[in-house]
Design a protein around this ligand. Structure first.
Ligand SMILES: [Zn+2]
Length: 113
């Protein structure tokens, strides 16, 4: 089940994996929108674009903030060109971190700054 599914570049396909998502208080629409699909294991989801896996969510967590915390160079979150196919590009744009966002300690030389 660790095999990456090639259709998960599509947000609608990622959203389908959340049918059995166990945490109704954590917005699966935002998770799917920002690159995540559900692994079907506990509350673990995984980003198609940076392959980070995040689980053990607590109520204060925000999907995008946690994703950035564990994977600050995620190409989707950093607004790089990916093959992501969003359901609603404007909604995605609103949920992504600002382009000027930078992470302390990042050694990424292609930073927008
Ligand atoms: Zn990611």
């Amino acid at each position: 089940v660790n095999r990456m599914n090639d259709k998960y570049h599509r947000e609608d396909e990622r959203l389908k994996t959340f049918e059995t998502w166990p945490l109704p208080w954590l917005d699966k629409n935002v998770l799917a929108q920002t690159g995540m699909f559900y692994t079907n294991e506990d509350d673990k989801c995984k980003c198609y674009f940076c392959e980070v896996e995040i689980g053990r969510w607590v109520h204060e967590d925000h999907p995008v903030n946690e994703h950035l915390r564990w994977s600050p160079n995620c190409p989707l979150l950093r607004r790089r060109t990916t093959n992501n196919l969003p359901i609603n590009a404007d909604a995605l744009d609103r949920n992504l971190p600002q382009a000027s966002y930078d992470v302390c300690g990042s050694n990424d030389t292609s930073s927008l700054d």
